[in-house]
Design a protein. Sequence first.
Length: 161
Amino acid sequence: MNPTVGIAVILTVLQAAQCQMIKDLSACLLGQSLRVDCRYENKTSNPLTYEFSITKDNRKHVIHSTISVSENVYRSRANVTMHKNLVCLYLQSFTTSDEGVYMCELKATNDYTGNQIKNITVIKDKLEKCAGFSLLIQNTSWLLLLLLSLPLLQAVDFVSL
């Protein structure tokens, strides 16, 4: 094997190992607000930049961003929260005029692979309501749930041991 080819393959593998990979992009309604969740796999401790945008009428509109300038129309209605492996866009007073293709773009500082981008089509009538936090949603087994609820059931005298 040519040493130059071998070095190129190693560099490609190392670059891919350093990137932030978007795993999932989902949208739901939270009251009158739209919530867009951009889940990613965190492979570095490098600072993360993001951009949420919408494509309407074949034109890109930046909603909220640390990469470029957000449009005035969205500034007062949009905010973003960042958690471990999750960047959430909240767009207040969501209406049918806000429908379109939403894009999440992530970029890690000093990442050689470039920006990660994922799209989702958002139509108000087809959106589900955002789920609240639940043990059942977190894939908790029924047995564990039952064990955790025993003290509560004992306190209200449903179960006596």
